[in-house]
Design a protein around this ligand. Structure first.
Ligand code: PLP
Length: 445
């Protein structure tokens, strides 16, 4: 497969026909970023049912980090599927689960001895990390931040920040959650122009919250994302991340690092935390773990995870044999792809910085490695978010064969998250389309 190749209007007739089924039978509450229906995908390309081929810069929201259907992952899946589909880890153990736990423990940025267990979705991993943290600490409090996204279940929705659409109308959340300001360097909530200073002030809020909101003895954990993903691809200052570790140590509170979007090579390192030089007590993983098969994990300090009584954690499908086999093959491929990923990140960032110099509507370029984003504003002085322009750029890109998605509290951030092993010429083609799409959207204001 190669692309982009556009052979019909978008959406084409077959996509439109199938989308009628979606309209009729699927609740409207699910996001619908594009109106196309996909037939097959390989590497960085996606082909729709009308034969249009797109370059995929959304990677299924940071899932197909090493491309669609990598050969080695396909072989691992089919090999495992022919032998064993399910026992449930509670009933009888199997090799792929155990080998995956061993691998993640050996690779994860956890201080000291660690263990790992598996679940089905990102939100379920976060639920479990919080459950275990509360159990271990015998404390209810969880400190979370503005701009955070940790999922849509009843507990994780309460940890997530953005009200509409994620929380609006769903009412009471799980008690004990304290939300504090997040150091968003481009829009520092304290008005600071200095990124590191912004981070330090955010830490002071936590110290103050321990006096005014919740006592550290009653706080189980602080949870944060090394890059606030859905919140707008916001990279926190180093001072903040290092300070979170120091505060957690000072007060004996656990540090849960949600790497569901940032992990698995997404930032050019296996874990984004490696950019900050600290270790976590618990890490949550999912998305990019298994190239699209559903699986998630909590990797954490052995004393913390082993504190829970038998039967207190787990689930029927968590870490099923096929997903675990896919994860083992995916992680090996990610590890091999990391040097390439760093170069992809450098090229991407350089091109985005050039676009920043060219287009006033780009207020900010940010990210780590091949997890980058631009924030669109009406003008650089007011920084007024420009959501409609963002939508028009994404639409224009789709019509030219490039799939992009937005992010952010104001819906004015475009994330650029290609497969980390994308060929340089495909990357170059996609970035050319991206620039054309910006120009097109500005021309058609
Ligand atoms: C950082 C983070 N945590 C948790 C989740 C929830 O994962 P899931 O959608 O698999 O429940 C997401 C999903 O976008 C995420 O980005």
């Amino acid at each position: 497969m190669n692309g982009p190749v556009i052979v019909s209007e978008i959406p084409g007739p077959r996509s439109r026909e199938l989308m009628n089924l979606r309209k009729e039978y699927v609740p409207r509450g699910l996001f619908e970023f594009t109106p196309i229906v996909i037939d097959e995908a390989k590497g960085p390309f996606i082909k729709d049912v009308d034969g249009n081929v797109y370059i995929d810069f959304a990677t299924g929201i940071a899932v197909t980090n090493v491309g669609h259907v990598p050969g080695v992952v396909y072989e691992a899946i089919t090999g495992q599927a022919s032998r064993l589909l399910h026992t449930c880890i509670h009933v009888a153990s199997y090799e792929s689960y155990l080998k995956l736990a061993e691998k993640l423990v050996s690779l994860s940025p956890i201080s000291g001895a660690a263990k790992a267990f598996f679940l089905n979705s990102g939100a379920e991993a976060v639920e479990n990390a919080v459950k275990v943290a509360r159990y271990f600490r015998k404390a209810i409090g969880i400190i979370t931040f503005e701009y955070a996204f940790h999922g849509r279940t009843l507990l994780t929705m309460g940890l997530t920040s953005k009200f509409k659409p994620y929380k609006y109308g769903f009412f009471a959340f799980v008690p004990g959650v304290v939300r504090l300001p997040y150091p968003y360097p481009y829009r520092c909530p304290f008005g600071s122009k200095d990124e590191e200073e912004c981070g330090l002030i955010a830490l002071e809020f936590i110290e103050r919250a321990f006096k005014t909101h919740i006592h550290p003895d009653e706080t189980a954990a602080i949870i944060f994302e090394p890059i606030a993903g859905e919140g707008g691809y916001i990279v926190p200052p180093k001072s903040f991340v290092k300070g979170l570790r120091e505060l957690a140590d000072k007060y004996g509170v656990l540090l849960i690092v949600d790497e569901i979007q940032t992990g698995m090579g997404r930032t050019g390192k296996l874990f984004a935390l490696e950019h900050f030089g600290i270790e976590a007590d618990l890490v949550t993983l999912s998305k990019g773990m298994a190239s699209g098969l559903p699986i998630s994990s909590v990797v954490g300090r052995r004393d913390v995870l082993d504190s829970v009584h038998v039967g207190g954690i787990g689930g029927t499908f968590g870490g099923n044999p096929v997903s675990a086999a896919a994860a083992l093959a995916t992680i090996d491929l990610i590890m091999d792809s990391l040097p390439h990923a760093e170069e992809v990140g450098r090229i991407l960032r350089k091109r985005l910085d050039e676009l920043y110099d060219e287009y006033e509507v780009i207020g900010d370029v940010r990210g780590l490695g091949p997890m980058q984003a631009i924030e669109l504003v009406k003008d650089r002085r007011s920084k007024a978010p420009w959501k409609s322009l963002t939508e028009n750029i994404i639409k224009s890109a789709l019509s030219r064969g490039l799939i992009l998605i937005s992010a952010g509290i104001y819906g004015n951030v475009i994330r650029l998250i290609p497969p980390i092993n994308i060929d340089y010429d495909v990357l170059d083609r996609a970035l050319g389309i991206f620039e054309e799409s910006i120009r097109d959207a500005l021309r058609n204001l």
